[in-house]
Design a protein around this ligand. Structure first.
Ligand SMILES: Nc1ncnc2c1ncn2[C@@H]1O[C@H](COP(=O)(O)OP(=O)(O)O)[C@@H](O)[C@H]1O
Ligand SMILES: [Mg+2]
Length: 362
C-alpha cells in the first residue's frame, strides 16, 4: 500500500511565498510510485486548507482566507484512535496520513511550533524535531550550543530591546565594522553592517522591529560557503559544498531577492580537498550538536587562512529552483527525487526510534 505524505506549505511567516515556491518543487519530486501526495496550505491567517491540485502553486501568491481558490476545503489535523488523520471541516470526510513534510520557512514552521503539533498527533514528519528546530532558529541559542561543542563561530554580544547600548562600547569589544541581526529572523531581514555610531542607532531600531533580541557580531571577512547535511542526528552525511558570491556589500535581502545579479552561486565551490573535508566535518558536527534530524543547511564563512566559522544553520532550507540545498546534493550525485524519498524515509526512521522510548514507568 502506498503511504500518504502530507506536504504542508504557506504558513504564518514572512517567508510564506518562498514556501510555495519550495513546495512546488518538492511536490513535483515526490515519487508517486511509492507515495500519495496530500496538499495542505496554511493561510497567512493560520487556517489549514486541503488543495486537490498542484495548480495552487501557480495560481496565487500568498494564501489568504478571503481570496482562496475555489475547491480549497478547511481541514484539521486530529488523531482518531491514536492515528493521525485530516478531518475535512465541511464534508466531514477523514483521510489517514502517514507522514508530514513541512515545506515551511521561518516562524511557526521552522521554529519547532508545528513539529510539536505533529508529535502530539503521533504523526511522523520530515526534518528536525522540536528542540533542533527551535535552537536552529534562534541565533543566540545556536551560539551557546556551538560554543559548548567547541565549533568555531564569530564573537558576539546579545542586545536586548529594553536596554540601551553605545556604538563605542560594542566597537571596542567586537571591532568595527560589526554586524547586527535579529536573533530570530531570516532572508537577511534586519541584518546590517555597522560602521559608525550614526549607522548603529538607526539600524539597531530596524533590527529590533523583528525581534526583542539582536546579535552584534564581529565582522568575518571570508567566503560564504554552504553545505547540505542529511541523516539521523547521530549519522549525518554532508554534500559537496557550494559558494555564494554576493555582488553587494554583503548577502542582503536586496542581493537575495530583489537583484537578479545580486549573487553568483557556485556549486561545487572551488575548495582544496583539505578545505572541503574541514567544511564537511564541521557541518556534520554542527548538525549533531544542534540536535538536528533529517536535513539542515549549514552556512559558513571561510577565511583566507583556512579557518572555517559557522554563520548559521537553516533547518528547512529553500527548495526553490535556485536553492542551494537540493543543488548541492545533485552535485554530490543524489538527484531531486531520490533526495525527497530519502528525507521522507528518515522521518519514518526517526519516528520508529522515538517510538521505542518508554512512556510508561509504573
Ligand atoms: N559576522 C558577519 N561577518 C560578515 N558577514 C556577515 C556576518 N553576519 C552576517 N553577514 C552577512 O549577512 C548575511 C545574512 O546574515 P545571516 O546571519 O546569514 O542571516 P539570515 O538568517 O537572515 O540569512 C550573510 O549571508 C552575510 O553576507
Ligand atoms: Mg543566512
Amino acid at each position: 500500500m502506498k503511504k500518504t505524505v502530507a506536504l504542508i506549505f504557506g504558513g504564518k511567516s514572512a517567508e510564506h511565498e518562498i514556501s510555495l515556491l519550495s513546495c512546488k518543487n518538492v511536490a513535483s519530486a515526490v515519487d508517486t510510485q511509492v507515495y500519495n501526495k496530500f496538499l495542505v496550505g496554511i493561510s497567512k491567517q493560520g487556517t489549514w486548507f486541503y488543495f486537490e491540485h498542484e495548480s495552487v502553486f501557480e495560481k496565487i501568491k500568498a494564501l489568504n482566507d478571503h481570496e482562496l481558490p475555489a475547491g480549497a476545503e478547511p481541514v484539521a489535523l486530529i488523531t482518531r484512535n491514536g492515528s493521525p488523520v485530516f478531518f475535512f471541516l465541511n464534508s466531514k470526510k477523514e483521510v489517514a496520513i502517514d507522514i508530514a513534510f513541512p515545506v515551511l520557512h521561518g516562524t511557526y514552521g521552522e521554529d519547532g511550533s508545528i513539529q510539536g503539533l505533529f508529535k502530539m498527533m503521533n504523526l511522523p514528519f520530515v526534518g528536525c524535531g522540536v528542540w533542533g528546530s527551535a535552537a536552529g532558529m534562534d541565533k543566540a541559542v545556536m551560539k551557546k550550543v556551538l560554543k559548548d561543542a567547541g565549533i568555531p563561530h564569530a564573537r558576539y554580544k546579545v542586545l536586548y530591546s529594553h536596554k540601551s547600548y553605545r556604538y563605542e562600547d560594542i566597537a571596542a569589544e567586537l571591532g568595527s565594522p560589526f554586524f547586527i541581526k535579529p536573533a530570530n529572523a531570516g532572508s537577511s531581514v534586519g541584518v546590517h553592517k555597522i560602521k559608525t555610531a550614526t549607522d548603529f542607532s538607526s539600524q539597531l531600531q530596524d533590527s529590533f522591529k523583528f525581534d526583542h533580541k539582536v546579535l552584534a557580531e564581529e565582522f568575518i571577512q571570508g567566503r560564504e560557503i554552504e553545505c547540505s547535511v542529511m541523516g539521523l542526528n547521530h549519522s549525518p552525511k554532508a554534500s559537496v559544498a557550494g559558494e555564494v558570491i554576493p555582488t553587494h556589500e554583503f548577502y542582503s535581502y536586496e542581493a537575495k531577492y530583489l537583484d537578479d545579479q545580486g549573487a553568483a552561486l557556485k556549486i561545487p565551490a572551488e575548495l582544496s580537498a583539505q578545505e572541503l573535508a574541514t567544511i564537511q566535518k564541521i557541518a556534520r558536527e554542527t548538525f549533531t550538536a544542534m540536535g538536528c534530524d533529517g536535513l539542515t543547511r549549514v552556512d559558513f564563512f571561510l577565511k583566507k587562512d583556512g579557518q572555517a566559522y559557522i554563520n548559521e544553520i537553516n533547518t528547512i532550507p529553500g527548495f526553490t529552483k535556485i536553492s542551494m540545498y537540493p543543488k548541492m546534493w545533485e552535485a554530490s550525485g543524489l538527484g531531486y527525487k531520490d533526495l525527497i524519498s530519502q528525507l521522507i524515509q528518515l522521518g519514518f526512521d526517526r519516528y520508529a526510534l522515538d517510538k521505542k522510548l518508554e512512556t510508561n514507568y509504573f
